[in-house]
Design a protein around this ligand. Structure first.
Ligand SMILES: Nc1nc2c(ncn2[C@@H]2O[C@H](COP(=O)(O)OP(=O)(O)O)[C@@H](O)[C@H]2O)c(=O)[nH]1
Ligand SMILES: [Mg+2]
Length: 270
């Protein structure tokens, strides 16, 4: 029996949630990668079911990072600004295609920009969520810094926050620029409102699904590499010169002497 409580019913993902904008999406397939679906059906997902995926949230001060996490994890919204002190994180448990999968959402007060903290904060992150305020062009320009520290295999999301404060005409102008930035960074673009909750759940479901998909694909790649390794070990390629294999270096010399004159069997001194 599992010691953990069952996953909440509203955290169960059975189908791939769609992207927000096809032009700036990590991929726009309508369903999970067939290899991933197959592996889940046949329970070949290895360690993925025990994994906690680290997701870090970065962006300028006051763009709405904490509110975004709180809207999703606690379904609350606080109008009063409370500066985040230090580093905080929330855990969210999901079930994707029947496999348990957890996200650890890291929130900061913006210290990730300082080089000494950045490496610790970014280390092991599977996805980076770069938040900007859709009503503040400067905060979009600043998002580019998020790119400097990430390793190449990390999944990037560019999230425009406070959509409720942006009139539609103004929003569409800003969206053009945001999509351009997202494409340059190879990030997936989303626009959300933590006040109304618009797109918040959809966004985090997409984060969970894409990180899950990439974890399963990595696991499948690892296990096929292991299988190739086994075949190579079992059937080593023939060596060009057929030399007898060298004696293991730890064999005592006396063993060889003993073989040559069996009547003088000397057991090795162990
Ligand atoms: N109208 C509106 N205000 C927001 C939204 N998200 C955050 N805020 C406000 O913006 C301020 C900063 O939010 P916070 O999440 O603390 O920013 P952080 O410094 O990036 O963590 C707070 O006063 C929030 O109430 C939103 O979606 N809509
Ligand atoms: Mg904060």
């Amino acid at each position: 029996m599992s010691v953990l409580a069952p996953v909440r019913r509203d955290r169960i993902i059975a189908e791939l949630p769609q992207c927000f904008h096809k032009e700036a999406a990590l991929h726009s397939r309508s369903s999970f990668h067939p290899q991933v679906t197959g592996a889940c059906q046949e329970q070949r997902t290895g360690t993925v079911g025990f994994k906690i995926s680290k997701i870090i949230v970065v962006g300028d001060l006051s763009v709405g990072k904490t509110c975004l996490i709180n809207r999703f994890c606690k379904d609350t919204f606080d109008k009063n600004y409370k500066a985040t002190i230090g580093v905080d994180f929330e855990m969210e448990r999901f079930e994707v295609l029947g496999v348990p999968f957890s996200l650890q959402l890291w929130d900061t007060a913006g210290q990730e920009r300082f080089k000494c903290i950045a490496s610790t904060y970014y280390r092991g992150a599977q996805a980076i969520v770069i938040v900007f305020d859709v009503n503040d062009v400067a905060s979009l320009a600043h998002t580019r810094y998020g790119n400097e520290n990430d390793p190449s295999n990390v999944i990037l999301f560019l999230v425009g926050s406070k959509k409720d404060l942006s009139p539609p005409a103004q929003y569409s102008l800003m969206e053009r620029d945001a999509i351009k930035v997202a494409k340059e960074m190879q990030a997936e673009y989303w626009a959300v409102s933590s006040l109304t909750g618009e797109n918040v759940r959809e966004f985090f479901f997409r984060v969970a699904s894409l990180t899950f998909e990439s974890s399963v694909l990595a696991e499948l790649e690892k296990s096929s590499a292991r299988k190739i390794g086994d075949i190579v070990r079992e059937y080593p390629p023939p060596s060009p010169k057929r030399k007898p294999p060298p004696a293991p270096p730890f064999w005592p010399l006396s063993l060889f002497r003993a073989r040559r004159s069996p009547d003088l069997l000397v057991l090795p001194h162990l």
